[in-house]
Design a protein around this ligand. Sequence first.
Ligand code: NAD
Ligand code: DAU
Length: 333
Amino acid sequence: MRVLVTGGAGFIGANFVLRTLAERPDVDLTVLDKFTYAANASTLDPVASDIRVVRGDIADASIVDPLVADADLVVNFAAESHNDRSLADPSSFVQTNLVGTYTLLESVRRHDVRLHHISTDEVYGDLDLDDPARFTETTAYNPSSPYSSTKAGSDLLVRAWVRSFDVAATLSNCSNNYGPYQHVEKLIPRQITNVLSGIRPKVYGDGANVRDWIHVHDHNDAVWTVIDRGQLGETYLIGADGEVDNLTVVTSILELMGREADAFDFVTDRPGHDRRYAIDATRLRTELGWTPRFTDFRSGLADTIDWYTAHRDWWEPVKAGVEAVYAATQQTL
Ligand code: NAD
Ligand code: DAU
């Protein structure tokens, strides 16, 4: 099978590429990535001779079209992915998440190629902390940020192309991922690398916000499950029952790294900050038989701390720049 992985040099896409190479020798992989600030070219270096890597934009039809024509399946991980950046400047989010997805859709339509579109639970907006509800495949879309609204728009484009043009597509909406190769702008790697750099971890607002954590390997196993056994035209939610509030995440990191649990700062809250996400993945579990394997969050966190400790060369070159941007907008409370 020839698979085109868009965004394959980013966090989840690169983990998808590395695990697919290890576990599916019958798959021939091409990565299309714009190599924005979010990509790290060194992640794919060890497998460079096993895959084809193309530097380019998913919104550029002249690059996308011949690659799609040569593929049996496109898995679209390419996106602008960070909420804080989308609040500072939404333009690249509109361009990549909306125009880029549109460009891919027109190309898979032209060449009759299957698409799996990767999306997020943030399209559903947020839940109150004490609400017993969780998101399901029928929850109404209600995104809050420029990031999540452009992801919601991209999902709606995929659904419309399925309905109007019979494009062969599936969608999955996953909760917060953690694991190796995640950019240090995101909560967990930011705080681990803060501790490793002698900087106090930073918690937005009151720290009570809840995210539903899933290990990136469980996400990617679920993506393959949907590709292998999902019904065309359908959406599957991916989550591993991993609800944890941000304060617990940060104090756990501090404890696991041998620091005092209160050695962090509260900083300015994110505007429009979603309170809680929670996924009900019953459909994926019962209809497609998927189960997560990395369900002990504290042990997954410990492994992730070990990974960042052992791979300083991977993250140190960008760390100071990320912290400088945050320092310009966030004050200690
Ligand atoms: P990331 O920011 O780490 O990686 C995104 C990749 O896309 C980068 O390699 C970047 O260079 C590439 N890219 C950006 N714009 C591009 C363009 N125009 N053309 C080609 N490549 C482009 O993101 P991630 O965390 O790996 O997320 C991947 C996907 O999964 C996104 O669609 C995101 O919305 C979704 N998602 C992420 C999470 C999470 O917790 N990180 C959870 C659910 C869903
Ligand atoms: O839910 C899935 C989404 O998860 C994905 O669609 C996004 O691509 C991904 O970035 C992630 O979005 P979040 O906004 O939830 O992730 P982030 O790591 O930015 O923040 C997680 C939580 O931690 C959130 O409540 C904000 C808070 N936070 C974040 C940072 C960077 C802090 O308290 N301190 C921080 O320094």
